[in-house]
Write a protein that binds this ligand. Sequence first.
Ligand code: BGC
Length: 444
Amino acid sequence: MHSSDFGKDFLWGVATAAAQIEGAANSYGKGPSIWDTFAKRTGKTKKGHNPSEACDFYHRYQEDIALVKTLGFKVFRFSIAWARIFPLGRGQINQDGIRFYNNVIDECLKLDLIPMVTLYHWDLPESLSKEGGWTAFGINAWFNEYVAFCAKEYGNKVKHWVVINEPFGFTSLGYMLGVHAPGQTGVHNFFDAALHTAIAQAEGAKILRAEVKNAIIGTAFSCSEIVPYTQSAQDLLAAKRTDALMNRFFLEPVLGMGFPTADWEVLEKFAISHSTWRYQERMKFDFDFIGLQNYFPLVIKYNAFIPVVQAWEVKAKNRRAPHTAMGWEINANSFYRIIKQFAAYPQVNNIMVTENGAYFQDHLVDGKVNDQARIHYFKAYLAAMLKAKNEGVNITGYLAWTLMDNFEWAEGYQARFGLVHNDFKTQQRTIKQSGYWWQDFLSL
Ligand code: BGC
């Protein structure tokens, strides 16, 4: 398998996110984000790690973007920290922040890399969170103001956009389970946040369409193939509910189908209580590409004790299935199948894999990280993607997660997903063997 098997226009890249790499979290005029404050609360992140320094990309962006080029990629995906542009989330702007992203974009263009900008990768300005964050009615207007500003400021140079990174990821972890920022819990918070996010996703895209000439607009969904543990009616239904929540809940409104309420009365109740039919048009947008982000499949079993979804994951290690250091099952066939599941919607006619990658226990020995497991992972996942592509799915790009080891949210700095190793004490970057593998792969 060579990269050329995917066609000469295929977009190969790496993805990153502001809060995970930038650092300089409290300087150059940036306002605090919910991750800055959440990480300071006891017990919220492993070892109390916080994103205040991260990879210091803020000062080292030139060196890091040069690495993207060295590895042979064409696309550099990064996100804008909302609170760096609007320290309070809206109103007053921060010139240093605006300049920083201009510099990052210019550096990409100078090296002939395509800058792909994510507008929201989980780092909501703290001051908006105090007003309710994604659960607040006002969030759509605040988000639109921010998007319009970015579109006007950067739209002449940036054509590739991702409106929101993994709506299900941050609304479920941050507003229902409370394990990510802002640490809220409860079904109510989740559904309020979800509705506003579904609207923001499409409205942000509409603003980009209006403001940016020749924009290529996508949004990025997390997804997982859902496999019932047994063929019992209860397990089958539990799997169906999980699929509705994890794979269909944010995608179908975008496609004009509304929320997937038919298969599950909890979603039906939510739709009724929030009159979601009223927002059907606002949640719809004909995206130029659908960003698909996949890390693992889930095996699901019925469990009456789990509130709302009554479903429980049977972990990979308990099934003796191969898994990463994160505990996530390694299963390239399931990647193939979830791509096919997304491609089966007639409205989905361009898929870009906007994230995929793995955390393994890496060891830096004599200036080298010999991460063979990661190389195997990529080889298998790329072969699965090629199979789907050869069967006619229009997949136009693939972005590896991630350029370098970074602040892995609640897992802190110990979960390393990078193609480049980072020493967080010295900020020394070392290309891992997987990075060199990519370099070879992309040269043929
Ligand atoms: C997120 C990334 C995260 C990665 C690995 C994705 O869900 O978009 O920010 O680092 O998964 O956990």
